[in-house]
Design a protein around this ligand. Sequence first.
Ligand SMILES: [Ca+2]
Length: 270
Amino acid sequence: MELKKHKSVKFVVTGLILLFIFTGCTDEQKISHEPVVTETVGAQEAPIEQPAAEPEIVEPVVEEAKEIKSLIPAEAKKDEITANYLLPTAEEQTSWLGAEYYVKNWLVLGPYEYDGDKYGGEWACQDAVDIAFIEDEAKLTPKEGAEIEGKNWQRVEADDSSVDVDSVYGYIDYAAAYLGAYVYSPTDMKNCTLYLGSDDYVKVYVNEELVHTYKQERRGAEPDSDKVPGITLKQGWNKVVVKLVDVVQGWQLYVRFADPDGKPLKVVSE
Ligand SMILES: [Ca+2]
C-alpha cells in the first residue's frame, strides 16, 4: 500500500509537472509565435523588390513625327532637306526649351558683304538690314542648289538650337545672308507667335509677308530675344525667309513658333 500510495503521489506530481511544462510551453509558443505572425504581416506589407526591368526605349518624337507625316498629302511633300514639321504640344511656355522646339533645317544664300565704314562701323550698321541685296527678296523661294545672281542656296542645319552662318562663310564681318526654311503646319493657325534670336539685325518674311524687323542695338544671339505675335500659319507648307545681317563677330539665328494658345510647337526635322 505504501508503495502504491507513493507511486500515486509520484504520478500526480509528475502529471502536474508535465501539465505545468506543457502549459508553459504552450504559452511560450504563443508568445514566441506572435512576433512571427507580426513579422509575416509586416513582410506582406513591405514593398516587394522586383528584379531590375530592362529600360524601356521610348522615342515619342519619332512616334509623333510618324503621326504627323501620315497626315501630309503626298503632293505636299517637300524637298526633305528643308522639311520642318510643326507638332502641337501640351507643353507650357517655360524659361528654357530644348533644341527640338527650334527650326533646324535651313537653306542659306550669300554672303553679301557691305561697306561697314559707310554704314557706321562696328557699333552701327543698322541700316544695312534695309539693303536689297537681291531684287524682291520677300518673294525668294529657297531651293537647295538653285542659283540666284551668282550665288547658290546651300543647306545648313542648326547646331543644337541655332544656325551658325559664320561656319558656312568663314567668319567674315560686315556681311548679310538670306536663310530660308519650310515649316509644315498640320492645321490653319492664326495668331501664332514667332520667337527669334539673332546676331545681329534681321528682317523676317513669313509666306512672303514682312512680319518683323530688328535694327536696334548690335547683339549676340540668344533664344527668344524677339516675340512676334499675330503670325498666320496655313495648313501645309509655310515659307520662312530671314535676312540676317552681321556686323562683326558672331552671326547666328534662332527661330521657333508657338501656337495661338502660346504653347510651343515642337519641330520634327528629317
Ligand atoms: Ca555679329
